[in-house]
Design a protein around this ligand. Structure first.
Ligand code: ZN
Length: 208
């Protein structure tokens, strides 16, 4: 499986100069005008959704970019998460509002559905879709979906709806973090199973 192959990624490959023209992966369009809000953040960690060494005070590598929704509703509950004070190394519990994203998720390039999961308990990515973009020799992954609207093997065009943004994962801890910082986890994987910086990929391929 693709998600198994790229498990050990700890750095990004250099993107080629000719990043293809992309479609927006969600309804959110403010990457260039409001980049601080485009990427999901928590109250304590504004870097939360960014790619790279942004998790666990820089100790855990994040292969994806977490794109914040433009439409959310209150879940009508709170969750308790354990924030880290990276200056002191101390962890402290905090009660936070829970949110449910309502955005839809779209293919950034034409491709084929080569991997598909519709069972939340099977993956840390919960419900997800992987597209293969053969002419670019790369894959894109859309994780933590609420619903999947395409089938394995299907050919999709750029901008086609893949499903609804959600907060699914087999990890209860991950579900808690997604409740306070809902997002689409978007990843760009090379043909050999490494990864490109997904935020740089979007910044270079999306229309300004
Ligand atoms: Zn992520």
């Amino acid at each position: 499986m693709l998600t198994m192959r790229n498990r050990g990624v700890t750095g990004f490959e250099v993107l080629a100069d000719d990043v293809p023209a992309l479609c927006w992966p969600t309804g959110r369009r403010d990457l260039f005008s409001n980049s601080g809000e485009y990427v999901a953040r928590t109250r304590v960690n504004p870097e939360y959704g960014r790619p790279g060494w942004t998790r666990d005070c820089g100790k855990r590598f994040h292969r994806g970019v977490d794109i914040a929704p433009i439409r959310v509703r209150s879940a009508g509950r709170t969750v308790t998460v354990l924030f880290s004070d990276c200056q002191t190394g101390h962890e402290f519990p905090s009660v936070e509002e829970a949110w449910v994203p309502e955005d839809e998720v779209f293919a950034v390039l034409p491709g084929r559905v080569v991997e598909w999961n519709g069972v939340e308990s099977k993956s840390d990515f919960g419900l997800y879709v992987v597209l293969e973009h053969a002419s670019q020799n790369m894959f894109t992954l859309y994780g933590h979906l609420a619903s999947v609207g395409v089938e394995e093997g299907a050919d999709v065009s750029a901008g086609m709806r893949l499903g609804g943004m959600g907060q699914t994962s087999r990890s209860a801890d991950a579900r808690n973090w997604m409740a306070i910082a809902p997002h689409l986890h978007f990843e760009v994987v090379t043909g050999s199973g490494n990864a490109y910086d997904p935020l740089e990929f979007l910044q270079r391929g999306l229309p300004r």
